[in-house]
Unconditional design. Sequence first.
Lengths: 79, 350, 388
Amino acid sequence: MCLGIPYEVIEVLDGESCLVRVGSGAQHCFSGLVDSVEVGDWLVVHAGFAVEKITEQDAQENLALIERYLLGDEPREQT
Amino acid sequence: MSKSEAVVTSPKPTRRYDTVRLSHGSGGKLTLELITELFAATFASEPLRELTDAALLANPGGRIAFATDSHAIKPLFFPGGDIGRLAVAGTVNDLAVMGARPRYLSAAFILEEGFSLEALTRIVVSMKATADEAGIAIVCGDTKVVERGKGDGVFINTAGLGFIPEGRELGPQRVAAGDVLLVNGTLGDHGIAVMSQREGFELTLELKSDVAPLNSLIEAVLAAAPGTKFMRDITRGGLAAVANELVLNKPYGVRIFDYQVPIHHDVAEYSEMLGIDPLLAANEGKLLIATPPAQAEAALSAMRQHPLGRQAAIIGDVVKKPQGMALIETAYGSRRVLEMPIEEQLPRIC
Amino acid sequence: MKAAFVPEQYKDPALVARLQQRIAELAAKIGRPVKIMHICGTHEHELGRYGLRDLLPESLELLAGPGCPVCVCDTEYIDQAIQLALTPGVILASFGDMLAVPGAIPLSGERRGDVRMSLLDAKAQGGEVRAVYSAFDAAKLARDHPDKQVVFFSVGFETTVVAVAALLKRGVPENFTIIEANYYTPPATHLLPTLEGFNVQGFLLPGHASAVTGLRIYEHLPEVGIACASAGFEPVDVMAALASVLTQLAEGKLRVDNAYGRVIEYDGNQKALAELAEVFEPCTIRWRGVADIPGSGFKLRAPYRRYSALERFAAVLAVPSERSEREHPKGCRCADVTLGLARPTDCTVFGKLCTPDNPYGPCMVSHEGTCRAWYTYGMGRERIYVEV
């Protein structure tokens, strides 16, 4: 129910935690609830833990869906 | 590197103690040692050389401006500054925004028993460096010591005298609809930089506090834009507090374009993360300025040429209606109120 | 070319303007007033911050539903937190927002009648109360103070409780316990359409809570005539979700649409849900001033019950304290506002007697509260007209 902001992983500390870049600094992030985190991944972080990984492809699809709302085409069924 | 490290060499206080004793404040030998060897030696002003009960000062003429500020901050040292720099810059700025040329400061210390004398020395050196930067002299002061546990290391009060040249009159009564609003740089730096040092938050950032004396910047603005109507330093409560104070009971309102307000990258990211509005966060080296429309560009240009105004920007205007309101206009064309801040910004639940 | 997921893309004024246009077209096509409800305090906050209601046609009303975990937290838990804060040897760790929320224990000596104690009052009375940013910080506090008992006031919805489950599963010091005050929203969405006065045609579903739970749990809503779209928090995301809901209503084809696909997977975060189920089980919990809703609370399962403050401090909490009967102070309409049955401006004390520095109820105290957002951003007034 809360703001989660995408941050880039700059260092993997162990299987369940990493450092994400926030501004010019880094913030500790618990990533145990997201699969296989690598440097360069982007995570949606809420209160110090990663909720989801966010990929370029997911985002492109999201933007494409938004364009469909504008064109008035019926949005496709989601699975 | 902060300015406080650069310049002043002062004789170290007596090596007998590393920390403040109660007797440092009792008016006897230790007090005298502390004053002469630390304060007077570092501040090095004429009146302090004599150590009389009151400083006798030359009067350059003009209306007198008089301001005072007390500082009880935590932490005492933060990225970009310390309580000493804050204490000097704060009072200098209070005077300068009235159009006064600051000249003399007093400095009173309430020290906690057990406080490190090495830390106190750093603070005092920083005050001298800041005073030099502002071109002012610290001419009198006082020292008291309270028992361990009754103070947060050190509390500092500064009071200052400045003199307003003939023909200058700055104030909210001069502001009118159509005036342009400017700031001299990024907002929220001090608040977020200090927050990064508080217990429980471990953030390491490039961001530094913006604490600085702004009198030379203000002189540059007033030279380039002599019709400037109003200035206020933006401190606790951020831009929101200053904007609301300006419009209270006035026949005008203030409109700020949120996308024109300069915000440091670190402030944007960390304030988002912590749920804090940068427009409400504290500053210690920023001004809100109102100029007539014809002089806005000149004021802007003068600031951008000054080291403390490189990111100066026009952020809004004074409007006829709504009266008594400070509002935000967004990049989407929508509008909303910029409310007076209520309390200290704590990170939200989510 | 900027990456497609950076927030700037979703703040783009040009894209917002096109969505604004589309929403107006759809609203005109529908031809009758439409009410859409969101159930996330952060959505209300973002609506205020960006003034998004200004961009919507007159016929479209966007309502705030139960989206503030601080506001729905029953007084029982606040009072427990206060009692524990005042217990010697206990450090009460809480999110900042909860500190000023009044419970049901009367606070004497105030000029206005029916003022109740909050954790800040407990602190003023000598209780040890610390603000923390996360459950992890609270656990750290316990590690740093092995001689004290650290009680974490665990408030929040789905997203927040997942972090607590993850933390407990991985191990916390033995001097750490939690007050189980987390709430689960989906069951409330079963209750809402049955309430008298409820007249809503669409829902915006919460962005990050749904990333955890998935969207399948909301599929009952289209079946009762409510069009749904999940919404992120940037202006483009909110406008896109509104466009989706209106499109569904215009075409008469209702479903649960994932308009925040870059973050939400329809089935949610399985790993998070598994850990949640391992540590907590659903239970009935009272929503402050509203009702007991089955399956909407989280109770620690047997292997983790020793971390329940209710159990560990049973003796302390068994001592009854004087409590008001009313859930909210007299004059406060927080319960109605939380359910979206009243706007803050429908409440007689809003903005006049009840303000952020003299709040009556949690809706004004909490930054996630609807009344707080309305007050802060000046919502509910006439559209601001500027004369230069």
